[in-house]
Write a protein that binds this ligand. Structure first.
Ligand code: AMP
Length: 192
């Protein structure tokens, strides 16, 4: 099964993807994590993305499409994967459909986590208050910009996947376990 976890920055996509990895054995394919690993490793790809990511801008479509295709071809994705933070633009979604079709696969379901902006800002502020290690883009200012980028470039995917009949919208404001339960129910519905 191939799933897309979709939603604004800080909606809880990573948390819910990890749950799907544990319960369904589907690897989490997070382009954000892959890009941060490339920055950490100091690769040319990482260096080319660092400034854009720190500002909350998207990196070029070809960059993420390339790393996703390479990652998807590893053996652990033979039964599918959870795409987290990818696709983020319509061209990325079209490229993902093509990539999967070439392999005889498809996206089965797109799970949208709906969270309003005020709650996302409150989440960043509470992470800052709690201390700990924060990402360079995890500040209220950068989040505001990432939300603008989300509404402009990524939100159009809601219509894209709705038209394909694959979109399931969930209440991402609910406590983590309630969101997980909604995801389970959506998967059971899709499998039935
Ligand atoms: P994330 O961890 O998913 O919030 O991603 C962190 C940052 O990585 C984003 O703000 C973008 O700069 C970059 N990024 C991650 N995934 C993508 C993507 N699919 N398309 C373009 N940029 C991305």
């Amino acid at each position: 099964m191939n799933l897309v976890l979709f939603g604004p920055p800080g909606a809880g996509k990573g948390t819910q993807s990890r749950f799907l990895t544990e319960t369904r054995g589907l690897p989490q394919l997070s382009t954000g994590d892959m890009l941060r690993a490339a920055i950490e490793a100091g690769t040319p790809l990482g260096l080319s993305c660092k400034a854009l990511m720190a500002k909350g801008e998207l990196v070029p479509d070809e960059t993420v499409i390339g790393i996703i295709a390479e990652r998807y071809d590893r053996p652990d994705c033979k039964n599918g994967a959870v795409f987290d933070g990818f696709p983020r633009t319509v061209p990325q979604a079209e490229a993902l459909d093509r990539m999967l079709a070439e392999r005889g696969k498809k996206i089965d379901l797109v799970l949208e986590l709906k969270v309003d902006d005020a709650a996302l800002l409150a989440r960043v502020e509470s992470r800052i208050k709690a201390g700990g290690v924060l990402r360079s883009d995890d500040t209220p200012e950068t989040l505001k910009h990432r939300l603008e980028v989300y509404y402009k470039n990524t939100a159009p995917l809601i219509g894209f996947y709705k038209a394909q009949g694959k979109l399931v919208s969930l209440d991402g404001m609910a406590p983590i376990e309630k969101v997980t339960a909604q995801i389970e129910a959506a998967l059971k519905g899709a499998e039935a």
